[in-house]
Design a protein around this ligand. Structure first.
Ligand SMILES: [Zn+2]
Length: 286
């Protein structure tokens, strides 16, 4: 099966909207110049990644965390079902696009990482003589083929999926959970460096409220706090508030704007910390 390897994260220029996958060396560069020769826009790797995560309204968004793109033409028979086996290297499917090469309808069901069933049928008033005819469909699959597991990114991916599927309440919860996982991970890493044992770290994190984690605790470890960032108000007054209301049953519905705001606030907040921690690590050379 034909495929092309990508990196799981995408950078996007917010001026010309060109996107490309991020390279390890980009993290060493203080400033990135847009790959579009006519654009010349400059931004940091973190801004590029943030833009990549926020451009989810593109015509064909590239799902982040997918590091491989497969494409293939498959033989099908109109009106019949075809099972398509996926390569064993696939660990997770993020998106399947399937296009009929002719005047018929096509869809995929029972999708697992092993494969899926392809259905074909005729549109209303379609030419019935086509039933049983051999033809082709073209498929494109975004998948994960390398073994990487970054729980907060998986949660963010779920949040984005729910946002696109218009399940806004669930999207808000997943976005906030992604943020909480990221914060706990960053704090645990910091405490581990000071020699604190796993049991103490986990007890400490369970007993501590989130606003304390993102301000004084992050400040103690990395000299960075969320209350100094531009996303603070949206996070404290909206994202965190709504998350608590949903968890306690008092908020039972959400709008697209609310879910988008929480998703974007979480992306901004996580990258605010990532950039700050990265700076601190470079300074202290740890
Ligand atoms: Zn550009």
């Amino acid at each position: 099966m034909e495929h092309s390897k990508l990196r799981a994260f995408m950078m996007k220029c917010n001026k010309c909207s060109r996107g490309w996958s991020v390279d390890q060396s980009d993290f060493e560069k203080p400033i990135i110049t847009c790959q579009n020769p006519e654009c010349n826009n400059q931004f940091t790797v973190y801004e590029g990644l943030k833009n990549g995560l926020k451009f989810f309204e593109d015509f064909i968004p590239i799902p982040f965390l997918a590091n491989d793109m497969f494409n293939e033409t498959i033989d099908v028979k109109i009106g019949y079902e075809t099972y398509f086996n996926l390569p064993e290297s696939i660990k997770k499917i993020y998106k399947i696009m399937i296009m009929p090469m002719g005047a018929f309808l096509v869809g995929a069901v029972d999708i697992t990482k092993k494969g899926f069933r392809i259905f074909t049928s005729l549109p209303d008033g379609g030419d019935k003589s086509l039933i049983g005819e051999n033809t082709k469909v073209f498929i494109m699959i975004n998948a994960k083929t390398d073994d990487y597991n970054i729980p907060w990114m998986d949660m963010l991916q779920f949040a984005l999926e729910q946002l696109i599927n218009e399940d806004f309440l669930t999207s808000i919860l997943f976005s906030e959970i992604a943020f909480e996982i990221y914060i706990d991970m960053a704090l645990s890493e910091g405490y581990r460096k000071y020699g604190l044992d796993e049991d103490s770290i986990s007890r400490f994190l369970v007993a501590t409220e989130l606003p304390t984690k993102v301000n004084p605790l992050m400040w103690n470890l990395y000299q960075i706090k969320l209350s100094k960032s531009t996303s603070w108000n949206n996070w404290e007054k909206k994202a965190l508030k709504w998350r608590n209301e949903i968890a306690h049953g008092s908020k039972v519905g959400a709008t697209e704007d609310e879910a988008k705001l929480v998703y974007e606030t979480v992306v901004d907040s996580i990258f605010y910390f990532m950039e700050g921690i990265d700076k601190k690590m470079k300074q202290t050379n740890v």
